[in-house]
Design a protein around this ligand. Structure first.
Ligand SMILES: [Zn+2]
Ligand SMILES: [Zn+2]
Length: 111
């Protein structure tokens, strides 16, 4: 992966804050720029509410029974996630968030 800002090549997403900016470059930005990048990152990764099928099963919220979920991806290498074990590092989890009550379902899948 190549940082769009400094053009350095990094071995994995672990060194990146967003899809295009490495942690080093990110730390050089001012607070406003950082926030803007993080906002963009979130909006890029969110898919709007829809019915979701996981391995042939339609998702249904265990709390409210709703079938509309929006989807986002979360990198598992954030601080606080690492206590779960090294196996989880650098993986991307898929989150399906119930559009009705906000309940979050987590899926960890190999790419
Ligand atoms: Zn960089
Ligand atoms: Zn729900």
């Amino acid at each position: 992966m190549i940082c769009k800002s400094c053009k350095k090549d990094f071995p994995s997403k672990y060194y990146f804050v967003t899809e295009s900016i490495c942690q080093e470059c990110f730390n050089l930005l001012n607070d406003q720029e950082k926030q803007q990048l993080l906002d963009e990152k979130d909006s890029l990764k969110i898919e709007e509410a829809a019915e979701r099928i996981i391995q042939g099963h339609a998702l249904k919220c265990p709390v409210c029974g709703n079938k509309q979920f929006w989807k986002r991806k979360t990198l598992m290498n954030t601080p606080g996630m690492t206590f779960l074990g090294l196996d989880w590092a650098n993986r991307e989890a898929e989150n399906y968030v119930c559009d009705g009550c906000g309940y979050i379902l987590w899926f960890l899948r190999e790419e």
